[in-house]
Design a binder for this molecule. Sequence first.
Ligand SMILES: [Zn+2]
Length: 252
Amino acid sequence: MPGSFKTEAVVLRSIRYGEADRVVHLYSATRGRIGAIAKGSRRPKSRFGGRLEPFFRLNLVLYEGRGDLCTVTGASTINGHPRLRSDGPALMAAGRGCDAVLRLLDSEEANQAAYNLLCNYLALLDVDPALSSAPGAALAFRLKLALAAGFSPELASCARCGEADHITAFSGAAGGVVCASCEGDGFPLSEEAHRFMVEALARPLAEAPVAERAVAAQSDRAVSETLEHHAHVRLRAAASSSVGRGARRRAA
Ligand SMILES: [Zn+2]
């Protein structure tokens, strides 16, 4: 049934469309993913101003017609994250975070935990843009996002046989840590990387543990391979040191 509705949402991606319009990919609090068109939003005197840009958290009024895209009819800013938006590395980190949400959470179903996590991550990057240079927070965000999406790796015991001791490797196919006798297709996982992932999931995002380079690389690989095997999505590397192949350009 066509009609208007209100929701809070974060702009994940914003694409120029036609002469003066913009298509926005949103992650909303109440309906998960939403695609919407904002007509006339690129005109100088648009009532939307500059707020339909990536990383803005907004209160929106949307009209849902019969097409695939909703129409933005009203937008007010909850948090524009101005410090994040003026810091290169923080922008990159936020871009990778939004990209992970785009790839992993594509359903039109509310996921409050994922929405809160995204808002929390953007707010943290805005308060302290330097956070983006430490891979710990980015990886903790990714682990928590996998958990919210239902694809958290098994970390408590061997994902194949349940053995709690002698964990030596991680297997994306098995979806978690594996013991010495089950390691088969896994890659070696250090105790430090295992501990990092357990702590990153247990602590609030603001208190994410610090990850050294090797620990970060193993943890990133563990999450990526789990999501490739079980969610069938491929994410870009989480840490800024390895973004080379897909540096994000601002979509706006
Ligand atoms: Zn085992």
